[in-house]
Ligand binder design. Structure first.
Ligand SMILES: NC(=O)c1ccc[n+]([C@@H]2O[C@H](COP(=O)([O-])OP(=O)(O)OC[C@H]3O[C@@H](n4cnc5c(N)ncnc54)[C@H](O)[C@@H]3O)[C@@H](O)[C@H]2O)c1
Length: 326
């Protein structure tokens, strides 16, 4: 099976590509290696993928039509695409909104256009986000809830992406699945995310910024559970039964809304150090609570998250200490 994994040098793309390679799939990875966060971390992830004989890496932009056309021509036989390339991060979308439309909307469109022309194409899996729930107050967040009140451009591009996948399933009968990821964390994680910044700051005896006076809850999902879900979904494309388009949306989370202060306490106890906390007001674009209803993916895919934060945070800290030598 030949799979195109976009964002292969990113956090989730790297882990997904690695798992696919380990089970014997061929992976063509593409990533633009932008400097939204340290590209050295992206290159270090690629260094782990490169020795796999089934791995090919293309440095390029998914929004570059010519580059994608050249990629599919140079790598015939791609049957599946996992689109994990994106401009991620809620806060940066207030600073550089254009980057989000470029990668998350234009880039997705270029990939969908390529997919619809690929012979024997089986499944397009796209990374959406819990952010689409925006100002939703009903908990847990269900895929049946209305998601037309985004509170950031990041969220708006994720919602647009889901709609675009649905459109391509309708027009061209391409099976698509959009996965709404809930706060993914773990080894090789993203330096712009709170858990990563907290560990770094505490080890460097720097203060940490905690928003909304710490009154936040997040459904933290460990990376291995996410990859289990992505691969289970990838292997089961929605069937085309002729009428409704073969398009699906799932939440993929841990189904636990953890208080942020408990998360911080766990980081402190793992590091054996106290955090110097600076409480600050809620940030624009942010949401107070996320909590995933995962009944659909449990029922259809047997998805069962196995790693809680008590196990996952120490695993992240162990990786962090090893990778940065601290
Ligand atoms: N990590 C999370 O908690 C989380 C939560 C919800 C949704 N998501 C979504 O999951 C996906 C993967 O996120 P991640 O955490 O691995 O982020 P990441 O930033 O680590 O990975 C994204 C990768 O895509 C690459 N990229 C960006 N724009 C590109 C472009 N135009 N062409 C080619 N490559 C490009 C980046 O260089 C990066 O390596 C994203 O769509 C993100 O929005 C992540």
């Amino acid at each position: 099976m030949k799979v195109l994994v976009t964002g292969a040098a990113g956090f989730i793309g790297f882990h997904t590509a690695r798992r696919l390679l380990e089970r014997g799939d061929e992976v063509v990875g593409i990533d633009v290696l932008d400097d939204y966060y340290d590209p050295a971390l992206k290159r270090a992830r690629l260094d782990i993928l490169q020795p796999h004989s089934g791995f090919t890496f293309v440095e390029g932009d998914i929004a570059d039509r010519e580059a994608i056309a050249a990629l599919v021509e140079a790598h015939p036989g791609i049957r599946r695409i996992v689109n994990l390339a994106a401009q991620a991060g809620v806060r940066y979308s207030l600073i550089n909104p254009h980057a989000y439309v470029h990668s998350n909307v234009e880039g997705l469109l270029v990939l969908l256009e390529a997919a619809r022309r690929l012979p024997g194409f089986e499944h397009f899996v796209h990374a959406s986000s819990s952010s689409v729930y925006g100002a939703n107050t009903k908990l847990p967040f269900s895929v049946d809830d209305r998601v037309d009140h985004p509170v950031s451009i990041y969220a708006a591009t994720k919602k647009a992406g889901e709609l675009m996948c649905h459109t391509y399933s309708h027009l061209w009968r391409i099976p698509t699945t959009a996965l709404r990821f809930f706060t993914v964390y773990g080894p090789w994680g993203r330096p712009d995310m709170a858990y990563f910044m907290f560990v770094k700051a505490i080890l460097e005896s720097q203060p940490i910024r905690v928003f909304n006076d710490g009154d936040m809850r997040r459904d933290f999902t460990y990376i291995d559970d996410i990859v289990d879900g992505v691969i289970a979904v990838l292997d089961r494309a929605p069937a085309d039964q002729g009428k409704a388009p073969p398009a699906r949306i799932y939440n993929i989370g841990n189904h636990r809304a953890e208080p942020l202060m408990r998360f911080i306490a766990l980081i402190e106890s793992t590091l054996g150090r106290k955090a110097n906390i600076r409480f600050e007001p809620m940030q624009p674009g942010d949401v107070k609570e996320t909590y995933a209803d995962i009944a659909d993916i449990q029922r259809d895919m047997g998805f069962a998250p196995r790693t809680g934060i008590d196990e996952g945070i120490p695993k992240f800290v162990e990786w962090y200490r090893g990778f940065y030598g601290v």
